[in-house]
Write a protein that binds this ligand. Sequence first.
Ligand SMILES: Nc1ncnc2c1ncn2[C@@H]1O[C@H](COP(=O)(O)OP(=O)(O)O)[C@@H](O)[C@H]1O
Ligand SMILES: [Mg+2]
Length: 235
Amino acid sequence: MEKLKIKMKNISKIFYTGEMETHALKDISFDIYEGDYISISGPSGCGKSTLLSLLGLLAPPSSGQYLIENEDVSNLTLTEAATIRNRKIGFVFQQFNLIDELSVVDNVALPLKYQTPPVPLNEARDRAIKCLNRVDLGHRVDHKPNQLSGGQQQRVAIARALIADPAILLVDEPTGNLDSKNGDVVMDMLEQLNKDGTTICMVTHDARYADMAHRQLHLLDGEIVEQKQNVMEAV
Ligand SMILES: Nc1ncnc2c1ncn2[C@@H]1O[C@H](COP(=O)(O)OP(=O)(O)O)[C@@H](O)[C@H]1O
Ligand SMILES: [Mg+2]
């Protein structure tokens, strides 16, 4: 049987601003298994980013239960959340968030600096090069990010997200800053990584890209209104 990576059960998120309550997520339940590729889509304001920030332990749920690899992470302190985030979550954002002063390989190795105990420099570099090979950028390790195309920069960001061997890769609008050609390259790369075993949960408003995932969650007003599974994957 496939290994359960993520379990969200009856998750709600309410934002309180002044007099107002915003019910950003209402009673969300779903599971993510090892090797899954899930997309989350829906109109602006439906709760996509909120859901991704909960999944990534950037914010706590207001109620409900959240498990990562069977560990209950529903009610963590900020420090506990940061520790688990570093070990188990890889993030890819619309903005690549690379550091222009560092080489590509140093950008990718950076998260290992914040691990305890710290990873020795040689090992960090070797691991970073392995991740860059996975995104077909083994020939660009000593370049600076601004010497690369947008699509290549996003692939560097993906390599960085993979460096700590996360339980899941969380991806928010990965093609939002790319032209369609570079966007396609990045999406093909994510598909290849998933085929090689990486578990992916991606937010996108692009229907064509959402359909590349095995399973599509559609959000509306903070609720899952539809779940679709690609026919081929359901066999
Ligand atoms: N920090 C916050 N404080 C108050 N309201 C918020 C906050 N973040 C998001 N919201 C509200 O929660 C709802 C969902 O937002 P969001 O998750 O950003 O939607 P999406 O990413 O689908 O566009 C919206 O009504 C938004 O205004
Ligand atoms: Mg958003």
